[in-house]
Design a protein around this ligand. Structure first.
Ligand code: GDP
Ligand code: ADP
Length: 399
């Protein structure tokens, strides 16, 4: 990666590296984690590269280009790196507010699990997001019980509050269904390849077709500041339970098998063979839904209005008046900044005056309660603008 620089501005004790320019438009940071050195390189407009070196006693060793999972950030005008135990925080210089904080996970539980599954050394990227997202809601239940009906009632009444996680499926679209709205209708081989590439949070074979929730489907809803709703089967709910995504799990039960059959037939969207298959699967799904311990709540969908009211109660929405939305906090990093670390606080010194007020030249980024992570987003970041170190970090004015 070009010739070695004469000066590497890395504070090894602190695990911070303010980055250095190798040649015009190409930047690098070095971060030492245990006996490994991670070199993260970025050339303007291109995705980041990562290689590591297992250090011997002389601080030397063989270089390996690492497989990077997740969405790779695009480099702009340099970056800094800060080591946080099992991951490296990357601050992109001069980047847009929603693109300036990234994490390269090197030894998190997700990365360790992926190394085991793939049998190779990997690292994983996730984008950092200020603040927290509301817990997604997973809704499961047998085919024809009324999941779609209840979800669409919720989205119609609270359009700015909820967003639907659009699943991928290999089944054919029904008459009124739109690609990208109800499902991403896809070919089996394409979906299988994407599953292998780690793009799915969960997937399952249901009624003879492949269904799955992509990481992006959930994150896009959360990025828009909405609470994500997932309509997935019991196997999918089990996988989400086991994943790093914290969610609320609701199972919808029919009042009787006869009523379920009637709803399925009256809907008229399936062939006789498909109806029979769905009814055969329903019994087992209901048993699992009730007894598996996956679900936090069970709702009976007898009378639709009653069930909908109960669903709203579970979501804390009965008698709810929508409050005006406050703008999410954003952070804009100027090109020239330096980073240092004090416990769980990252201090970002803004060298050029990219800030509104000249005196507000320090940003404190709190990374004490990170949530989520690769292969999605890392949330729970908080920041404050502080006037100067001598103020003892007492500024808490939103930036
Ligand atoms: N695991 C999983 N199941 C899904 C997903 N999307 C839909 N499903 C489930 O697949 C089943 C069949 O869905 P669909 O073909 O739309 O038929 P319907 O439930 O009869 O309307 C339902 O139980 C859905 O909850 C997904 O992304 N993952
Ligand atoms: N509580 C209810 N009472 C009567 N019919 C219902 C009720 N809930 C839903 N339905 C109807 O049952 C059919 C199946 O509902 P749907 O929402 O498509 O189920 P799912 O998404 O669980 O497969 C639809 O025709 C819908 O209008």
């Amino acid at each position: 990666m070009g010739e070695a620089p004469t000066f590497i501005p890395q504070d090894l004790q602190n695990g911070t590296c303010n980055g250095f320019e190798l040649k015009s438009g190409t930047f690098e940071t070095d971060t030492i984690v245990g006996n490994k050195k991670y070199v993260i390189g970025g050339t303007y407009g291109e995705t980041f590269s990562v290689k590591d070196q297992i250090l011997d006693n002389n601080g030397l060793g063989e270089w390996v280009d690492l497989i990077q999972l997740g969405t790779k950030p695009i480099s702009c005008n340099g970056h800094s790196a800060v080591l946080l135990k099992d991951r490296i925080l990357i601050l992109k210089k001069n980047a847009k507010p929603d693109d300036c904080i990234w994490f390269l996970e090197v030894d998190t539980p997700y990365v360790r699990q992926q190394k085991k599954i793939l049998g190779i050394d990997v690292v994983a990227w996730s984008k950092g997001v200020i603040g927290n997202a509301e817990k997604p809601v997973v809704i499961s239940g047998p085919s024809g019980v009324g999941k779609g009906t209840l979800i669409s009632m919720l989205m119609t009444e609270f359009p700015s509050m909820f967003g639907f996680s659009v699943s991928h499926t290999t089944r054919a679209a029904r008459g009124m269904e739109k690609d990208g709205v109800h499902y991403h209708f896809t070919e089996k081989n394409v979906m299988e390849k994407e599953i292998k590439d780690g793009k799915f949070l969960e997937f399952a074979s249901v009624h003879g077709n492949l269904y799955g929730t992509s990481v992006e489907a959930v994150e896009m809803v959360s990025d828009a500041g909405k609470r994500c709703i997932l309509d997935i089967d019991v196997q999918g709910a089990r996988s989400v339970r086991a994943s790093s995504l914290e969610a609320m799990f609701i199972f919808i039960c029919p009042p009787s098998m006869e009523e379920l059959e009637k709803r399925l037939r009256d809907r008229g969207t399936e062939t006789e063979e498909q109806v029979l298959k769905r009814l055969r699967n329903a019994q087992a799904e209901i048993e699992q839904g009730k007894s598996s311990g996956i679900f936090d709540h069970i709702l009976y969908n007898g009378k639709l209005e009653e069930c909908y009211e109960n669903l709203k109660k579970l979501l804390g929405l009965d008698g709810y008046v929508t409050p005006p939305k406050s703008a999410p906090k954003k952070m804009n990093l100027p090109r020239d900044h330096s980073v240092s670390k004090i416990d769980d606080k990252i201090i970002i010194g803004c060298i050029s005056s990219g800030l509104e007020k000249e005196s507000k030249n320090l940003i404190m980024l709190d990374v004490s309660s990170l949530k989520g992570g690769a292969p999605g987003r890392t949330r729970g970041l908080d920041f404050q603008v502080i006037d100067s170190f001598s103020d003892g970090f007492n500024g808490n004015e939103p930036f």
